[in-house]
Design a protein around this ligand. Structure first.
Ligand SMILES: [Zn+2]
Length: 138
């Protein structure tokens, strides 16, 4: 699901889930919401376009900054309703932000989390006050 959502324009950081213990109710709510998204007409419409090209080809388009191909224009068109759905009542689990003490600026700051762009063996978190970026190994 993740490559398609990224391809459809969902920001990487919204697909990151901070690894910590969540309440069962929180997880169940998030799972139901994601399942509804997965079963939606909007997701299905995107999936048809997404599957018209191999995942490696989408990745190559991104790396080489290829734009304006028919399948890309179609994906942009079909992803608009999906993005609207993605923004509607999205559970906090997909928010990737939490308050922590920053060792650098010694403030309690909101940290944003995301996976590293080229290496999924670690992720990064950034302090929203001093912008210090920390690398966290998985
Ligand atoms: Zn800081």
């Amino acid at each position: 699901m993740k490559p398609l959502l990224l391809g459809a324009g969902v920001p990487e950081h919204q697909l990151f889930i901070i690894s910590k213990t969540y309440k069962t109710k929180t997880l169940a709510t998030a799972f139901d919401w994601l399942h509804d998204l997965f079963m939606s007409q909007q997701y299905g419409d995107c999936l048809i376009v997404w599957r018209s090209v191999e995942p490696e080809t989408w990745e190559r388009y991104r790396l080489l900054d290829v734009q304006g191909l028919t399948e890309q224009r179609l994906l942009i068109e079909k992803s608009k309703p999906l993005i609207r759905l993605w923004k509607n009542k999205r559970p906090r689990l997909f928010m990737n932000r939490q308050k922590e003490l920053c060792p650098e600026c010694e403030e309690t700051a909101v940290f944003t989390y995301e996976t590293h762009q080229y290496d999924d063996l670690f992720y990064i978190k950034e302090c929203t006050i001093c912008n210090k970026v920390y690398r966290i190994d998985k």
